[in-house]
Ligand binder design. Sequence first.
Ligand SMILES: Cc1cc2nc3c(=O)[nH]c(=O)nc-3n(C[C@H](O)[C@H](O)[C@H](O)COP(=O)(O)OP(=O)(O)OC[C@H]3O[C@@H](n4cnc5c(N)ncnc54)[C@H](O)[C@@H]3O)c2cc1C
Length: 489
Amino acid sequence: MSMQRATATMDADVLIVGTGAGGATTAAILAEAGLDVLLVEEGDWVEQGAVVPFSLDQMDRQYRSGGVTVALGMPSIAYTEGCCAGGGTEVNSGLYWRPPGELLARWREQFDISDFDPDDLLAIADEVEADISVSTVPGGHTSPSEVLRRGADALGWRNGEIPRWMKYPPSKLASEPRSAVGERQSMTRTYLPRAMKAGARLALRCRVDRLVTNAGSARSAVTTLGDGSRGEITFRDVFVCGGAIQSPALLQRSGIRGHIGRTLAVHPTVKLAARFADALNVPDDVPVHQVKEFAPHLSFGGSASNPGLVALALLDQWATFKHAITQWRNISVYYAAITSEGRGRVRSLPGLKDPLVTYGLTHRDRELLRSGLGRLALLMLEAGATDVYPSFKGAPVVRNRRDLATMQGAFTAARASVMTVHLCSTVPMGEIEGKCGADSFGRVHGCRNIYVNDASLLPTAPGVNPQASVMAVAIRNARRFLDAGGCRG
Ligand SMILES: Cc1cc2nc3c(=O)[nH]c(=O)nc-3n(C[C@H](O)[C@H](O)[C@H](O)COP(=O)(O)OP(=O)(O)OC[C@H]3O[C@@H](n4cnc5c(N)ncnc54)[C@H](O)[C@@H]3O)c2cc1C
């Protein structure tokens, strides 16, 4: 593998900024076609197993700003971004949802995306599923996952196991069940090694501060290296794949105007902690079941639940909930996620490294969060929870249906800890220039050789976990770049 130390001057035919779901796939496709590809990544390479999943150590080494980032608003929405080789794919839950066909068709119509055939994208999804070993858990499910199934079944709500990109070691004996502990097939295990095998170079701890642009073209990038020194990279074409917050911020820092950073779309979520009679907590894994009875508007699932994260879920009403932390082994954390009508903005500000991010929920979003939390609490009671602790200021403990009504009455979104891990749509793709930041294949409108190829391009938040949609779109666009004779201009 060709991992190189970032140096003051570097050069490539194609520069790819960022190594997450969009950048790693783009690099593999272009390098395998014989292009000279340089990938740069602001974070470090962290081997799986070197940090405990969901630990503070992981936050420190693999998340941007230690995982403490927020979109300001009423309420503000906490969000997290991966910042390491592999980006978000290294830290995420690995839950795989192929892009829904009807959503792809809607994107094509509403954003006027050319040659955007849902069947083509779903054929790419087939390839991705084989490449990253999308599979279900071979053995039984964990207790926190079973809670979702049990509660939903009792209510007659649609639910199921969501497959993950995971390889499970085979059992040594035919009679033995296969291990339910798998190895996540993130980008450092799949597309990054593939890209490097084909000759792509990867420079770590190298941040692209800005592209040097002139009349819609860029030929070089200004970088900051891990030791704080400055550098320069020259190239013929550049793919910006820094994720839905960093990509628009980089374009703005490079003086690129247009529809960039104005339509951030996320899946806002609210949480609760549920206590059961028996110990069930699994500190280093997440439930694989989701409840989709009210999808795409509303989905329920399980969150990471180590003791620190259980404490965080209880924090909003710590004065009355704090006693529960001693029982963390009997507690697991769950979320209700919505598709939001609201939108946010990403604005880079002179002199500041990080952009200002804002997000506004609509009245309908707030009401959906209220009904979502109420239904999730009901599901927990049906699954046998003895006590439910909703994550908002002034929340009561919910032990029965009467408490549920009290909880619904006390809830306002402004009092809740709203968060998200799905960030999309800041450079939406399509031919409508007033509505789209990039064309149908990711080239930034008004630019000749600057492309975006990550979650920023998804026209809206997809209503399902987005990584598969990001990968399918990125692979399609990278192939189109090759077909159009990319890099020969
Ligand atoms: C905690 C968490 C859980 C999630 N769970 C799931 C899940 O279960 N299923 C699912 O489908 N999705 C999940 N997601 C979302 C999924 O990870 C993202 O949709 C996906 O990773 C987005 O890919 P991307 O290429 O747009 O950006 P990213 O994967 O975020 O990669 C961007 C990379 O670019 C680097 N970068 C940014 N700016 C620069 C710069 N200027 N210079 C150099 N490098 C830069 C960043 O450091 C980062 O490594 C989750 C995300 C998180 C954070």
